[in-house]
Write a new protein. Sequence first.
Length: 406
Amino acid sequence: MNTYAEPKSVLAFLHTYNEILLDLFRVQKESGYINSDVLNLVVKKHGHDIIPQLVEYRILRQLNSDFEIHSVYYQLMEYLLNEFKPLLPETIQKYHYSIASLFRKIRESSKFEEKILSNRITDLSLQIKEFIELVEKNTFKLLTETRELKSNVAKIDYREKVHKASFWIEYYIIPLNQILDVNQYDSVASKLYEVSEYVNQKRLLYQEDEIRSQFEKLYSQLIQVNDNLLRQSKILTNELLPLIERIKTESTILTGWIEFLKNPYKEETPDLLKSERGVPYSNNIYLNTKEFFEQYLNSTPTFIDEAEVATEKWIFDKELYKEKLTKDLPVDDFFSWCAKELKQEYKQLEESKFFSLTGLLFEEDLFLELPQKGEHSKIKTNDFTLQVPKIKINTHGLSEIPYINS
């Protein structure tokens, strides 16, 4: 058997023998398998002996003496014909376990398992994709079945319609809506929301570029999945449930309508009003509000670096001012002399410069004469008025005649 048939040959074969494949699909859909005798009858009916090619191209798989269509082709034909049946919500709920298991392993992955981590992220993305596809398929089929029930295509009586409507609500619609409810702790939607919070952090903080890129793609997928789940939930809540509830009550309504038509003037009828249902907030209000408040839970410390005002740095030239002081000796009021020198040079008196200049008091070769009690002077700086004692400055009393070495 040629295991590696050319894809072009397989597609051409599917196109050429489309009618035979449709008949075989309907046989398997009804019976669950294809009896070998039925297979021969179908092939003979169309006048083509293609059983060897069906097996060679792996379209049919043998089950003892019987056959079945390979699941890949069967699902393809289901999708193309829209003839799939809705799955029980328990089947879809299994994705809660697979997604939770992969999510746990991703969080436990160490930095030495980047290859394994990459594969787990890919597998998680595939599980999420399969889940949303099943939800969309289920919602579409439920909506189709419900509309057909509402229009009564099969011409069934009202009792059976009510029974079927109750069956859809109990076993399909309500359980599926719980799976899509993010407020349910064990729902798949709730687990996906938890995954999205973790992935959102990793896509920004993970150090390895390739893994961070995978987290980025997974986060984008989760954003789209969230929108899809909201849309499917809206269909279930706003369209399917009201439609089925109308089916359940329409027999009572019709009975009452018939009684009304028998005697339409017995009671005064109320005005008919068209009711509309709406909410003043977005469908995403829960997730948006939660995201808004959670951004402040793990806030980082904020540091404000105040820019310093550029100022001219002043360096005290001690030798220069000591020379000026020496030339002016004797000085009757040292602090007034300091203020006068700075004002002459800078047109203003700053405290820092003033106090630097007063350091000349501690020079050993100057003689200080302290004032009598109560003798003070007032010095006005830019910001303060200082009351200082009047200190006289002179030399140690040595002769001003220079010393000559004999």
